[in-house]
Write a protein that binds this ligand. Structure first.
Ligand SMILES: Nc1nc2c(ncn2[C@@H]2O[C@H](COP(=O)(O)OP(=O)(O)OP(=O)(O)O)[C@@H](O)[C@H]2O)c(=O)[nH]1
Length: 587
């Protein structure tokens, strides 16, 4: 056969070889693109790519979930509410919310075992997740129910599932200023479904923003409702670690030393580590008593270590807490919610391992998008209507406190208006712009810039505010605890029926007096330059030119985590394995 001439078999072999090379190149490209895909929180489906992605997903699984001929029927639809008054509609809404509260669940991970292939696992989870999305969509078909924007990215929920499964003790981090808003009782229930011995501890963070008397009332409420809790301030713990000099008149510090009351004191770092380890070890010992399980722990965790998982809404201070507990900066902290993307495992000692989960927006009823932005769980960038967002702040912070903090004069209500009404968003924004000289290129007041600053101050605690437990007002004596959930909380007092002037002004007066108390607390708090004294802040504001007030660059997250798939279930795990600060725990 002449040289260079190929036989049919030779050609077929070369062709097959080329095809194989091409296929492996394509596979490689696919996996690389999957790896590059950044884990993004999706709470609203507003951009076109997310809509398309979700439609694709829904289409792929539609036939599996809906056998031919089966047409979904809306069983929740109720009679038209067109003829109802606002008050009637609100009552109806509350009734419906109570009725459907049990349907408002977080998604459960479908049963799995180590013999399942990654594809099978992935498919099962996608199906279960889509079913969950459908059940929430059905709820929304009921015109009396309004669901908040919630996390819609399955990969973020997968992170939560893993943290729940691995943890002995679950720590739900909440913002002390409104603990119930950030608490998710269904998550506690889910943890118990996974293992009846798992318990949840409410870590009431940012307690430095609460006066002692308010902590006392919350402590009573938590006790009465059987909620395991601890008051904590990641900010104060970090300051102590860094050896920052605290002002002796700082309210939190004095109350911490003066009170021996374990319920209301704000825990220090070492105390918290000991308490977490103790609670988790209790759970493990109860579990081992009731089963033959000899304490085998999953994945990267030392054999005799207990695992404490940290979960919660974005921006409640999970990363700050972890950093304070580890004793160094291990996870990034910013005031922008949703920055932590993957859960992280931190080995504190041979006996204690922490697990930090990305922040999750749990589904709930009624809160508006603006309430969620003001609560710090949705990024300020999501704000499209500045006036509505600032109205939330104006409704919750008394007029005199706003005027005091910003040294501005808000327009008084007109003579024919209720004199106790909250300032309007537009009034607040215009006064703020006028005092700071904020002017947009159109020549009109730059309300966008003003709104961003006001919301940031509100979230950071510079504009003091907090909620009281349901059924409690600031003026009540300690013994007069009333568990009537129908009574108005402080924010509801401001938002309540404007015609009831007398009640409103009494409530507002009480709120003002306690906020003045907080202001005086905050005036003396200058840790880490986080909350400068109101006086200093005002002085700086008035003396600096508006063009100098620029947005601080965001601090970058620590990306030094190693990623590996430890349990063969397709989930990347970030592990920090260097034992840290064993000192206080080795005893
Ligand atoms: N006053 C006060 N602020 C705090 C405290 N802990 C955290 N913060 C602030 O709250 C903001 C959010 O803190 P992070 O630790 O990033 O919150 P996170 O829960 O990890 O947020 P994600 O990454 O979105 O899940 C930051 O601006 C912190 O400085 C605290 O104890 N007191």
């Amino acid at each position: 056969m002449p040289k260079g001439e190929k036989t049919g078999l030779g050609r077929a072999l070369v062709k097959h070889h080329n095809q194989m090379v091409q296929q492996s190149k394509e596979k490689g490209k696919y996996y690389r693109s999957q790896e590059k895909k950044v884990l993004e929180s999706v709470t609203e489906v507003s951009d076109i790519e997310a809509v398309i992605e979700q439609a694709d997903e829904a289409y792929r699984l539609y036939s599996a979930l809906n056998p031919p001929g089966k047409i979904p029927i809306n069983l929740d639809s109720t009679s038209s509410t067109d003829e109802m008054t606002t008050e009637e509609r609100r009552k109806q809404q509350k009734k419906e919310e109570a009725l459907h509260a049990s349907s408002l669940r977080i998604p459960r991970r479908p049963p799995w075992n180590a013999n399942m292939s990654v594809e099978e696992l992935d498919d099962n989870e996608r199906r279960a997740f889509l079913e969950w999305r459908r059940s929430l969509a059905r709820l929304e078909e009921n015109e009396n129910l309004v669901l908040t924007p919630f996390e819609k990215n399955l990969d973020i929920w997968r992170q939560l599932w893993r943290v729940l499964e691995r943890s002995d003790l679950l720590v739900m981090v909440v913002d002390a200023r409104d603990p119930l808003f950030y608490r998710c009782p269904d998550l506690e229930a889910y943890a118990r479904e996974i293992d009846e011995h798992k318990r949840t501890l409410l870590l009431v963070n940012k307690a430095d923003l609460l006066p002692h008397s308010v902590r006392d009332k919350w402590a009573k409420y938590f006790h009465q409702h059987g909620i395991l809790f601890v008051f904590w301030s990641a900010k104060a713990a970090t300051a102590t670690l860094e050896g920052k000099k605290l002002n002796p008149s700082f309210g939190m510090q004095s109350s911490q030393h003066e009170t021996s009351d374990a319920d209301t004191k704000i825990y220090g770092r070492d105390e918290l580590l000991v308490r977490l380890q103790f609670e988790a070890e209790e759970i493990v010992s109860m579990r081992s008593k009731s089963t033959s399980d000899n304490g085998v722990v999953a994945g990267n965790v030392p054999a005799h270590s207990v695992v404490v998982g940290f979960v919660g809404y974005p921006n409640v201070g999970k990363s700050s807490t972890i950093n304070a507990l580890v004793g160094g900066k291990k996870t990034g902290v910013t005031s922008t919610p949703g920055k932590t993307k993957h859960f992280q495992t931190l080995i504190i000692s041979e006996k204690l391992t922490l697990c930090d989960c990305p922040g999750l927006v749990f589904p709930s009823f009624t809160s508006s998008r603006y309430e969620m932005i003001a609560s710090g769980v949705l990024p300020i960038d999501r704000m499209t209507e500045q006036r509505e967002a600032v109205q939330v702040v104006a409704n919750r912070v008394p007029r005199s406190v706003i005027e005091d903090v910003y040294r501005i004069s808000l327009p008084k209500p007109k003579p024919y208006e209720p004199q106790s009404r909250a300032p309007l968003g537009v009034e607040f924004l215009r006064s703020y712009c006028a005092s700071r000289g904020y002017v947009a290129s159109s020549g009109l007041p730059d309300e966008t810039r003003a709104a961003r600053q006001i919301l940031k101050d509100y979230i950071d605690g510079k504009l003091p505010h907090f909620e009281m437990p349901p059924g409690i007002s600031e003026n009540e004596d300690d013994g007069e605890y009333d568990d009537d959930d129908d009574e108005l909380s402080s924010s509801e007092i401001n938002e309540s029926d404007e015609s009831d002037d007398e009640d409103v002004s009494v409530g507002e007066h009480a709120l003002e007096s306690r906020l003045e108390h907080v202001l005086s607390d905050l005036n003396s708090f200058d840790v880490d330059n986080g909350l400068a004294s109101a006086k200093v802040a005002v002085k700086e504001k008035t003396s600096s030119a508006p063009h100098k007030q620029h947005k601080k660059p965001q601090r970058k997250k620590d990306r030094s985590w190693r990623i590996r798939d430890s349990e063969g279930d397709g989930m990347p795990v970030r592990v920090f394995q260097k034992p840290v600060n064993r000192g206080p725990l080795s005893a």
